[in-house]
Design a protein around this ligand. Structure first.
Ligand code: 2AM
Ligand code: CA
Ligand code: CA
Ligand code: CA
Length: 263
């Protein structure tokens, strides 16, 4: 895979942030965990990783806007380009020592995602995509799964957090899906759920009440791997609604058919 100058910038930033996260994973007890809201944890690890991403990305592309979970919105002089960044997606996993979390970087030009990266530092899996150029896991080209029978499919989901989301709706969704599929999974890092769909490891994924930084990096990777990503309506924009349904063409359509009527 010939990597563009832009992707080199993103990869360098993500790997540096990943090294910081791996160091911090070794000393979770020193990370000064605090709460942003009920069950909404943030730690020094999140903040250090975001500082690194901001430093690297703004050094290489001065002027681009930067929209990160921990730093808020920093407007740039270049009004067309914006980074959408989650420095540590899966903080709860991280703080429990579960090696399933990601660094997520998306780049929008004039409101359209043109590049995405999701990196799991714990196993060194690096997922990348640029618009029109395909999706990759390290050097390997990605393709969504080809399964067309829901009862062969493994589907991942998110669950609403304490104090957030519609817990009753979530129970109805699980009750509707569980008897139809080979397995339901809840991994706890939205960015990695998306790229698992891109890699064909899981056949579909849905979650509600996400933020743009959870979705931006992974969304373009799924699309470049031949998958479909939408909101719950089936044709809406997940970055606008915060709700995501994705999968191969068949699984996406089935998930929309099952989930949309529920609310
Ligand atoms: P985070 O770890 O970056 O916060 C999993 O369901 C997704 O929800 C993750 O991408 C996670 O991102 C996010 N998340 C975890 N706890 C949350 C909370 N209490 N409120 C909102 N989002 C949360
Ligand atoms: Ca968070
Ligand atoms: Ca997140
Ligand atoms: Ca985060």
């Amino acid at each position: 895979m010939l990597q563009s100058a832009l992707m080199n910038v993103m990869v360098k930033a993500a790997r540096r942030a990943g090294r910081s996260l791996k160091r911090d994973l070794g000393e979770i007890e020193n990370l000064q965990v605090s709460l942003k809201g009920p069950a909404n944890f943030v730690s020094l690890a999140d903040k250090r990783a975001e500082d690194i991403l901001y430093e690297e990305l703004s050094k290489a592309r001065p002027g681009y806007g930067f929209f990160g979970e921990e730093g808020g919105n920093r407007e740039g002089t270049d009004k067309s380009h914006t980074w959408i960044v989650d420095p540590l997606d899966g903080t709860t996993n991280f703080l429990h020592g579960i090696p399933h979390f990601g660094v997520s970087i998306g780049l929008q030009r004039d409101g359209v995602l043109i590049a995405g990266l999701v990196y799991n530092p714990a196993n060194d899996e690096l997922y990348t995509a640029e618009r029109g150029k395909g999706a990759f896991l390290n050097d390997q080209r990605l393709r969504v799964s080809g399964r067309r029978q829901m009862n062969d499919c493994v589907i991942a989901c998110g669950l609403p957090h304490i104090g957030r989301g519609d817990h009753e709706l979530s129970r109805r969704e699980m009750a509707a899906l569980q008897p139809k599929v080979a397995g339901l999974r809840r991994f706890g890092a939205a960015s990695l759920d998306l790229v698992f769909v891109a890699a064909g490891r899981i056949d579909g994924y849905w979650e509600r009440n996400l933020q743009p930084w959870d979705i931006a990096g992974g969304q373009i990777i799924v699309r470049e791997a031949g998958g479909i990503v939408s909101g719950i309506q089936g044709d809406d924009d997940p970055l606008a609604t915060g709700d995501v349904i994705c999968g191969n063409e068949f699984v996406h359509a089935e998930l929309v058919k099952i989930l949309k009527p529920l609310g």
